[in-house]
Ligand binder design. Structure first.
Ligand code: ACO
Length: 426
């Protein structure tokens, strides 16, 4: 019996089976059970894939217990504090950080490709005012496949690069258009003289021919949010993207599916819920009542923006955002009842035994919600911002799967609990 195996014994018939252990470069090893059904006639059951590794990946590593997150081996705090979102996007897409010339070139590519075919705009006309920007964005990305059909089949490295640059560059434009249309506002074209993040904020805020003030701290805060959202291992939307990729679907369809998954309240919608909850609490004198509700086992109320499925010590992204939130609010001189409510909740949660003993620290959504609110970005755009950040990660994951020698279509099995052989009544 090899040391690097796990033995499974079926107590029903006493048969034993050996499965190899595969080691990760860092983090938990896995048991390779790909022959399990063939050997035992049984499947595994793991609802929500809490103990299942669905792929091999060298993109992102998370250690929830240690509060660690790395993209391609670089710590998230280093990338967020020392690098820009474009550096990070380049890193995810190409495997290494860019040098100065590569970054300049990538940045120029982004500017050049940020425009969309004029025909795309007609699509937006079909949506009513107040349509949710996520619905418009998802449809817009899907529609890109009708304009840029060269990338429906990708056969070489150059085509992959072009596709990746095209999608990363166009998503902010589509996102800004989605918002402007949803509000009945005129759309603003990209400005070739502005950098990636600044350009997005400009398209969101500006009026035609009007000056728009964009402070460096605002651009930095939004850029940091993009960086911190750029990838997060095999989360629900990335899994959706990979599932589509496994069917040989083109990247536009895969990204559009990712947007659909991210729209869910339990995924990309959490920071919007943070702000809605703070507004619902309304004033500092009501905070204690809601803290008591959050601690009450009989009450389903939960404090939004606290706790995380993976990070049980602290969310490494939250620490970075807390710093930026403090700088932003200080510089913009923002003070409001909502901010005071948030500060009081944060203070209590960081010291109260209930939250501390359960490791319920403020998560990324708590701080990103407050930052986006301070940037005057409407709540229905919060998930859209997440999409802009996550797009390089989705494309890197789509591409990683497609570069494998052989790709298995994602096709889980089930534990059937329905009726067996119902006899029809005549
Ligand atoms: N408020 C009050 N109590 C909480 C909260 C909260 N936000 N989160 C967890 N708890 C309590 C639970 O009641 C439980 O208490 P118990 O041990 O006495 O039964 C304990 O903490 C552990 O909670 P679980 O639900 O087991 O933790 P899980 O890992 O399953 O949930 C989750 C994580 C879903 C994020 C949860 O903390 C939560 O609902 N938070 C609020 C929503 C939120 O902020 N979501 C965004 C997460 S970040 C992201 O997805 C990008």
């Amino acid at each position: 019996m090899s040391k690097d195996t796990v033995t499974l014994i079926n107590n029903r018939d006493g048969k034993s089976y050996e499965f190899p252990i595969l080691d990760a470069t860092v983090g938990p090893s896995v048991i390779n059970i790909s022959t399990l059904y063939k050997e035992t006639g049984m499947f595994t059951y793991d609802e929500g894939y809490t103990s299942t590794a669905s792929c091999r990946s060298d993109i992102t590593y998370i250690d929830g217990a240690a509060g660690k997150l790395m993209y391609r081996g670089y710590d998230i705090a280093y990338l967020a504090q020392e690098k820009t979102f474009l550096d990070t996007a380049y890193l995810l897409l190409n495997g290494d950080l860019p040098n100065k010339a590569e970054l300049d070139n990538f940045s120029f590519e982004m500017q050049k490709r940020s425009f969309v075919n004029e025909g795309v705009k007609k699509l937006f006309d079909a949506f009513p005012d107040r349509a949710h920007p996520m619905a418009i964005l998802s449809a817009g990305v899907s529609a890109l496949s009708t304009f840029y059909f060269k990338h429906l089949e990708i056969t070489n490295k150059e085509e992959y690069k072009e596709m990746a640059n095209r999608i990363v560059a166009k998503i902010p434009t589509l996102a800004a258009f989605s918002y402007r249309y949803s509000q009945g506002l005129p759309i603003i074209y990209p400005d070739m003289n502005r950098g990636f993040t600044e350009n997005f904020l400009y398209m969101l805020r500006s009026y035609p021919h009007n000056y728009v003030e964009l402070r460096p701290i605002e651009i930095k805060a939004l850029d940091t949010i993009f960086t911190l959202h750029a990838d997060h291992e095999q989360n629900a939307s990335t899994t959706a993207v990979r599932n589509l990729a496994s069917t040989n679907a083109h990247p536009y369809a895969a990204i559009s599916a990712g947007i659909g998954a991210l729209w869910g309240k339990s995924h990309g919608g959490a920071n919007e819920s943070v702000i809605r909850q703070l507004e619902m609490i309304g004033s500092v004198d009501r905070v204690d009542k809601f803290i008591a509700k959050a601690k009450d086992k009989e009450d389903p109320f939960r404090l939004m923006g606290f706790g995380h499925r993976v990070y049980k010590n602290f969310d490494p992204r939250a620490g970075v955002l807390k710093k930026i939130r403090n700088e932003l609010m200080g510089e913009l001189g923002i003070s409001s009842e909502l901010v005071e409510v948030a500060n009081k909740i944060e203070d209590i949660a960081l010291s109260d035994e209930y939250f501390v003993s359960r490791g319920l620290y403020p998560n990324i959504d708590f701080y990103s919600g407050l930052i986006l609110q301070a940037l005057k970005i409407p709540k229905e755009m919060f998930a859209v911002i997440f999409v802009i950040g996550r797009t390089p990660g989705w494309i890197a994951q789509w591409s990683e799967l497609n570069k494998q020698k052989s790709v298995k279509i994602a096709r889980p099995r089930q534990l059937y609990v329905g009726s067996d052989d119902r006899t029809p009544e005549y």
